[in-house]
Design a binder for this molecule. Structure first.
Ligand SMILES: Nc1ncnc2c1ncn2[C@@H]1O[C@H](COP(=O)(O)OP(=O)(O)OP(=O)(O)O)[C@@H](O)[C@H]1O
Length: 387
């Protein structure tokens, strides 16, 4: 656990970068510092590894004041990743990654073997080990930066806008891999970003800083979205607060319909009452959508419109399912099981009827499903309610 106790940082020119900040960053979890530019996020991060010394207050790691430890020794137990990766340009990738192991006087062979293993972990082909940073893309360089920070297996990682310098697609990939890695490693991570979407996606807890170094709110992302502490936080979260909240609404209790599902062998005439039919193969795998009224013969032989995205009930959020519904020509999200077989479909109204988390007066996610539908997602019933 990293603990900030009344931490204030006033620079000699009078700038107050942190104003009496108290907060806890739990062990094994990701705490994200987010907020306006100049809000003190980087300053707060750097007080943890003593790159910045507070004017007042103290920072503790597992109950021990960081000032009791020599900076060099302290930093060996704290990985540090920055924007643009900050790699040494004249060192190969493997030697960049092995920076701290070399400092710890590991022998070269062991350090390089560890570097290669880490390259695989962060999604880099070890054949790149002998390249130099300029021979890598921005996203690859960021991966090297993460691998380098992980090299001595520090319990704590400080990450200052590590994914900001890459394009949105690469950024999303890096975020996903970072979350997967954290699932395995359970580091105590403090992550700085100015991007609220990144904060919500990555943070177990999100700390919002305002100009003047004031910590305005610390909460789980879903609570931050549901209950912003003040107008500043509400404004910072932005206009899509409701839609973002759906990222935390579970689809587990969703009622699914069988109504639109037809085998490929079904005759179009028998499905003529349907505006759109979802055609499935003998294993109930989805083949595509068709308008039965506009074709003749077996549905599977008609030209099919692409499926769009599917979702996994209980695994994917309501937001993902709504996305699937919007992308489907029929306006219906197709629910599939782990093997890809169709469990049923759900329309936008069904999805929005799922209780979201945390709004005053809402049922909890685990609460009873809306009355009137025959079965929950894991037990779809033939002929159930349609869209
Ligand atoms: N060495 C310094 N001397 C004087 N003022 C400083 C120094 N370093 C930072 N500051 C000021 O402290 C305040 C907080 O800076 P900090 O970099 O922590 O903010 P931030 O929230 O990380 O901002 P950004 O998102 O723009 O990186 C800013 O007003 C900044 O100008």
């Amino acid at each position: 656990m990293i603990t900030f106790e009344g931490v204030t940082k006033r620079y000699p020119d009078g700038t107050v970068a942190l104003d009496d900040v108290s907060l806890e960053c739990p062990t094994g979890r990701i705490t994200v510092f987010v907020g306006t530019s100049g809000g003190g996020k980087t300053t707060a991060l750097r007080t943890i590894n003593r790159m910045v010394e507070p004017t007042a207050g103290r920072v503790l790691i597992d109950g021990r004041d960081v000032r009791e430890r020599k900076p060099a020794e302290l930093r060996r137990g704290i990985g540090y990743v920055i924007q643009h990766a900050g790699l040494f340009p004249h060192r190969t990738i493997e030697d960049n990654i092995a920076t701290v192991p070399y400092l710890l006087r590991w022998n070269k062979k062991k350090a390089r073997a560890a570097a290669h293993e880490l390259m695989e972990r962060v999604g880099l082909d070890p054949s790149m080990a002998r390249r130099y940073p300029f021979q890598l893309s921005g996203g690859q360089q960021q991966r090297v930066g993460v691998a380098r920070a992980l090299a001595a297996d520090p319990p704590i990682m400080l990450m200052d806008e590590p994914f900001s310098a890459v394009d949105p697609v690469v950024r999303a990939e890096l975020q996903d891999e970072f979350l997967r890695l954290q699932d395995e490693l359970h580091k105590t991570i403090v992550f700085v970003t100015h991007d609220i979407d990144e904060a919500i996606k990555l943070g177990d807890r999100v700390a919002v800083f305002q100009t003047g170094g004031r910590l305005v709110q610390v909460d789980a992302p879903e609570d931050l979205l549901a209950h912003p502490a003040d107008d500043f936080v509400a404004g910072f979260i932005g206009q899509n607060r409701g839609i973002r909240t759906l990222s935390f609404a579970a689809t587990g209790g969703l009622r699914l319909s069988e109504e639109a599902i037809r085998p490929a062998t079904a005759d179009a005439a028998d499905a003529a009452a349907l505006d759109w039919a979802l055609v499935v193969d003998g294993d109930r795998r989805p083949l595509g959508w068709v308008r039965p009224g506009q074709v003749t013969g077996p549905l599977g032989e008609a030209p099919l419109a692409p499926l769009g995205a599917t979702f996994r009930p209980g695994e994917d959020s309501v937001r993902a399912a709504l996305d699937a519904a919007v992308l489907s020509p029929a306006g219906l999200a197709v629910a599939v099981d782990g093997g890809g077989a169709v469990l049923g479909t759900a329309g936008g109204a069904d999805l929005l009827a799922v209780p979201t988390h945390g709004f005053p007066g809402d049922d909890p996610v685990e609460g009873p499903a809306p009355a009137g539908d025959p079965a929950p997602a894991d037990a779809p019933v033939k002929g159930g309610a349609g869209d």
